[in-house]
Design a protein around this ligand. Structure first.
Ligand code: COA
Length: 291
């Protein structure tokens, strides 16, 4: 995989996952920007002139647990059942053995679960993908006293990082996200061309980010990169308020579809999204393999 594959990978991703929102620019960023400790390997499959599949793997450097890896493989719907995923899986897993990974995690749509199980993956974690038209929202909730809403482009990176790192600790996952390096976070998240800081919104308690809702865009579609509230401010409607405001800004900016993903165990975030009117479009299964 090379950076110039970005446009084709972005199109492949959209053809494979209707709910995916990843612009060519953010795909290029994803291909180019990795910390060396991740030992990232990205592969693509080419048929004639067409890029028809993607395979990637790397170590999870955001957790204190050693050797946790992720694997992702997807093949264009019109090029399936030709052994392409098999051909990608072998070098990806060989690479994981070389870099000392002890456990790999993958997510599969219903049609891909059996394929993953053939490689020794197992599990039933459910990740729900859902979407909403941001032009149609419930009435705006009131802002609690002492809370001011600002767009994320008014934050400095350290303020945003602190809120993101603290909130992410409580996001359900197989490995705790307890080792997010600030410089890596700035390069990978804050400087990503996907992030539209003029649409993302933070609820401020003085100088502190109490809650935020970050937005990535691709044309007229948006992806909720992360919504979080820091623990001391939870249960006061701040996630609802910040995300409502971010979606309203999206609608004003011409966005007609906003998408997100939530773990089935994330009751509070599912409650926020249900209230906003999100409707489920797909559920992926999370599976793990001990290496
Ligand atoms: C999810 C999160 C952002 C919610 O923040 P918050 O500011 O407390 O959210 P709000 O107060 O605006 O709304 C929370 C809603 O969840 C509901 N809720 C709380 N705990 C719940 C639970 N265990 N199960 C179901 N609903 C729950 C609340 O009742 C409330 O809904 P209501 O207003 O209809 O009663 C916060 O818990 C968080 O930061 N979690 C960790 C990060 C994360 O997982 N982010 C989402 C990643 S996809």
């Amino acid at each position: 995989m090379v950076p110039d594959d970005a446009e084709a990978v972005s199109a492949l991703r959209r053809a494979t996952f209707s709910y995916s929102v990843m612009s060519p620019a953010s795909t290029r960023h994803l291909i180019e920007v990795h910390s060396p400790a991740e030992r990232f390997l990205g592969l693509v499959a080419i048929s004639g002139r067409d890029l028809v599949a993607w395979g990637a793997t790397g170590l999870n450097t955001w957790t204190s647990e050693e050797g946790q890896a992720g694997v992702s493989i997807y093949v264009h719907p019109e090029h399936r059942r030709q052994g392409i995923a098999d051909a990608l899986a072998k070098p990806l897993h060989d690479h994981l053995a070389e870099v000392g990974a002890v456990r790999a995690r993958t997510f599969a749509e219903p049609g891909g679960v059996e394929f993953a199980k053939r490689f020794g993956y197992d599990g039933t974690r459910q990740m729900h993908y859902s979407g909403v038209d941001p032009r149609v929202l419930p009435p705006r909730p009131p802002a609690p006293e002492g809370i001011e809403l600002v767009t994320m482009d008014t934050l400095d990176a350290r303020q945003a990082y602190t809120a993101d790192a603290v909130a992410t600790l409580d996001e359900p996952s197989d490995s705790p996200a307890d080792a997010i390096d600030y410089d890596d976070w700035v390069r990978e998240v804050w400087e990503s061309p996907a992030l539209d800081k003029s649409l993302g919104v933070a609820a401020m308690a003085g100088d502190e980010v109490a809650a935020f809702s970050a937005i990535e865009t691709d044309g007229d579609r948006a992806w909720s990169a992360m919504t979080g509230s820091i623990p001391a401010y939870r249960g006061r409607g701040l996630a609802k308020l910040a995300k409502w405001e971010a979606l309203r800004r999206c609608a004003d900016a011409g966005i007609v579809g906003a998408f997100t993903s939530n773990d089935d165990e994330n009751g509070p975030m599912l409650a926020v999204n249900n209230w906003l009117g999100y409707r489920r479009v797909q559920t992926q299964t999370g599976l793990l393999r001990t290496l």
